[in-house]
Design a binder for this molecule. Structure first.
Ligand code: NAD
Length: 316
């Protein structure tokens, strides 16, 4: 039986990943500051601990581990990452986790280490045109991420690559682009656009407020497709970094209208000042197709409908 550890197992993608690994017959240990919010973890063993503490990482990674998935990070939606108030915490907390993880995974001879980087590493200057953003993997340098969160991800990508080059640590690096789905944050400040918009549409009968002019574009990847991408990368010989995202780009205003349609409502949009990030962002999946044979299967409308139904259930 393969043994896996998931750091960040109490979070959105981590809790789904634990369930997926269990379904594939793994023994799984989850580690996180907290247990999953919306369901009981499927992990065989769950350590509630702070991965900034080297002793916690040291205790969590024993020998004989086939795969370690490092998903723990201090993160949130635009309201958290772009306010400027959380920059020091985001950089310091996540870098500490990755510094400890790379070192101890090597010492304990972990089979493969997966690290979740982000589309937020891509340079601002390539994402000024909402209709034509450039996010191919080789466009990452010269670097100019638009947030400290992106800079930390870029640093940690390089950290894992350095451990690979100098010490032979077997790594897989994915750059996730806006992953969404049920059992993720949908209120309280850490939710991202899909869940926030679904909540606004579900709770409104007249007008919904959207940050910025709403012409900024994004793409959103449904969680099941993300898990397929992680598994395809882990099975391949390609270390990455590789985009795991959707190429179905949409403006935020149009996305709100799509959700209103799913809800069967006619709503007005009021654009208000707020943190918005880059003007345009879309995944470029050419490398993922070529190297790991993966591309998303669900349309944005199909995935969003599943999320919307789940949020309706949560609102009650
Ligand atoms: P999440 O916030 O739901 O999960 C991250 C988890 O890490 C949380 O449960 C949190 O408690 C845990 N964590 C944070 N600091 C910790 C610490 N010091 N010790 C132990 N646990 C700690 O986020 P997610 O959406 O599941 O994202 C998972 C990973 O994927 C993150 O690394 C994130 O940066 C990356 N990513 C996500 C997206 C996305 O759209 N969801 C996009 C790009 C990259």
């Amino acid at each position: 039986m393969k043994k896996a550890i998931v750091f960040g197992a109490g979070g959105f993608i981590g809790s789904h990943l634990v369930r997926r690994l269990k379904a594939h017959g793994y023994w799984v240990r989850g580690v996180d500051l907290k247990r999953p919010e919306f369901s009981v973890s499927a992990a065989d063993d769950f350590i509630v601990g702070d991965l900034r503490d080297r002793a916690v990482v040291d205790a969590a990674i024993d020998t004989g581990i086939d795969e370690l998935y490092q998903l723990a990070a201090d993160m949130g939606g635009a309201g958290y990452l772009f306010s400027g108030d959380n920059d020091a915490a985001v950089m310091h907390n996540s870098a500490l986790i990755n510094l400890h993880t790379s070192e101890i995974a090597l010492a304990r001879k972990v089979g493969k280490v997966f690290f979740s980087s982000s589309a937020c590493i891509y340079p601002k200057y390539n994402q000024l045109d909402p209709d034509n953003p450039k996010c191919a993997e080789d466009s990452a340098y010269p670097a100019e991420p638009d947030s400290e969160y992106g800079w930390e991800k870029l640093f940690s990508e390089r950290l894992y690559i350095a451990f690979h080059k100098n010490h032979g640590l077997d790594i897989r690096l994915a750059r996730f682009h806006n992953v969404f789905g049920p059992e993720g944050p949908w209120q309280g400040g850490k939710e991202k656009a899909p869940a926030a918009l679904c909540r606004k549409v579900a709770t409104s009968d007249d007008t919904i407020e959207i940050w910025g002019d709403g012409l900024q574009t994004r793409s959103f990847l449904y969680i099941d497709d993300c898990l397929d991408g992680i598994q395809a990368l882990m099975k391949s010989d390609f270390i990455g970094p590789v985009n795991i995202g959707s190429e179905e780009m949409i403006s935020i205003n149009d996305y709100a209208q799509l959700i209103a349609q799913i809800a069967g409502k006619t709503l007005k949009i009021k654009n208000i000042p707020g943190p918005v990030g880059v003007r345009g962002r879309n995944s470029d999946n050419a490398l993922a197709m070529e190297k790991i044979g993966w591309s998303p299967q669900l349309t944005l409308a199909e995935g969003t409908e599943r999320l919307f139904r789940w949020i309706i259930g949560e609102i009650g």
